[in-house]
Design a protein around this ligand. Structure first.
Ligand code: PLP
Length: 435
């Protein structure tokens, strides 16, 4: 099909890595126009945790459409929205002792982030937001200012302001707790870091390279925020909805963030849907202050409710994700022990994992080789150096093994052709001055 080259913008990205025309999908499988089958370890960048065309939600959605249910409702009260809210409250929030108000934003993750930052700034009357190295929060201007990636930031066309950058967990090495640095600069009126309204953070950085913060670090971050009257915003757009094994990625850390952004797999069926959750006392919006035409995607409310009813009424799904995550972790450990001359490393938690292949050239060769063998898998990280394992959570054990086998063979083949595998840079060794 030439039409994509003829009139679709150069801004395309995933289409370049996977240059086929896809026309069918089921569970963890995608099919192209020529009838070729692919295992999908990309999963709509985290939107398809429950797989493509999940039959449980499909039937519900078809029935809703056949009954002439509301499709679009601005922010009006609809039956579908009410039922989603009830289910979300009863099965997700209450069992976790989370008391949150739900704000429906425009249906993209970046819009939920915009709303959270705006609300935090208005509540605290402060402009500055602390964001972290390698963080990714979206590409609209407010969210982009909190995003680290220079490729995305470079396209802004205006200065990106109102944020200060702090080192994420592990950024300065395993032995340094970077929340101590944050604590120091917030305690020092001469640090040059303006007192922030909020801190925004991912518990596992997805686009930034599958960097998983430790639970201790998250708890310390929470403490620093509380001590300095700064709001803690967890951006759970990619890590949430079960990806790490629990519904919210911060549950195991035992923290209760002031605000949470959710999108991607929230709608369940790949339908656009985003929300911000915040503590009731933070609900200081005036009517319509943050609006948007598409805040009432009722199809997404229907499938989101079905997803929660089916997968989150008990802990069976959560246990299954953790079990599969352990299997992926074991396989990744075995792969890095065999290939990469000891320079590769495994990263992440739950079903949110990756292999650091040191540079983007190597990782790109590996994912290309995978694609030739029927596996769709992407890279992430500052240099695209991480091979990112992001299959639907509902994947069968058989296909999970098959996908990992394809990656293992790809790594074996690519590494065999390399003269040597580069070592990961130790920045502190490089810059240390000998006296
Ligand atoms: C953590 C996080 N926040 C925000 C976003 C932005 O979401 P969207 O692309 O839907 O605007 C993403 C997208 O990948 C993300 O991973």
């Amino acid at each position: 099909m030439k039409i994509f080259d003829e009139i679709e913008s150069e801004v395309q990205s995933y289409a370049r890595a996977f240059p086929r025309v896809f026309n069918k999908a089921k569970g963890e499988l995608l099919f192209d126009n020529d009838g070729n089958e692919y295992l999908d370890f990309l999963a709509g960048a985290g939107t398809l945790n429950y797989g493509h065309n999940n039959p449980l939600f499909k039937e519900t959605l078809i029935q809703y459409i056949q009954d002439d249910g509301i499709t679009h409702g601005l922010d009006m009260h609809t039956k579908a929205k009410g039922e989603f809210l009830e289910t979300f409250n009863e099965k997700i929030l209450k069992p976790r002792n989370l008391d949150y108000v739900v704000q429906f934003t425009g249906p993209t993750g970046t819009n939920a982030v915009e709303a959270a930052l705006k609300l935090a700034r208005n509540i605290k009357g402060r402009e500055n937001i602390i964001a972290f190295t390698n963080g990714f929060h979206g590409v609209s201007l407010g969210a982009l200012a909190a995003t680290g990636n220079s490729h995305h930031r470079g396209a802004a066309g205006v200065s990106l302001s109102g944020t200060s950058r702090m080192p994420y967990d592990g950024y300065l090495g395993d032995d340094i707790d970077t929340t101590e640095y944050l604590e120091k600069v917030l305690s020092d009126s001469s640090s040059g870091i303006d007192k922030p309204a909020a801190v925004i953070v991912e518990t596992v950085q997805g686009e930034g390279g599958i960097n998983a913060a430790s639970f201790d670090w998250l708890r310390n971050l929470d403490k620093v925020c509380k001590k300095h009257d700064v709001l803690l915003i967890i951006d759970d757009i990619q890590a949430g909805c079960g990806r790490t094994g629990t519904y919210f990625s911060f549950e195991e850390a035992g923290i209760y963030p002031d605000m949470v952004t959710l999108s991607k797999s929230l709608g369940g069926y790949g339908l656009p849907f985003a929300v911000v959750l915040f503590k009731p006392e933070l609900d200081q919006w005036k009517p319509g202050e943050h609006n948007g035409t598409f805040r009432g995607n009722n199809f997404a409310f229907v499938t989101a409710k079905a997803a929660i009813d089916h997968y989150w009424s008990d802990d069976a799904f959560s246990k299954d994700i953790l079990r599969k995550g352990e299997y992926v972790a074991e396989r990744l450990e075995s792969i890095i022990a065999q290939y990469g001359e000891g320079n590769f490393s495994a990263k992440g938690r739950g079903m949110f994992r990756g292999i650091n292949c040191v540079n983007g050239d190597l990782a790109g060769k590996i994912t290309k080789n995978c694609f030739k063998n029927g596996l769709i898998i992407e890279t992430s990280g500052a240099d695209d150096q991480i091979v990112k394992f992001f299959c639907p959570l509902i994947i069968s054990d058989e296909n999970l093994k098959k996908g990992l086998d394809i990656v293992e063979s790809a790594i074996k083949e690519v590494c065999a052709k390399e003269d040597s595998i580069p070592e990961d840079t130790d920045y502190f060794d490089d810059v240390r001055v000998d006296h």
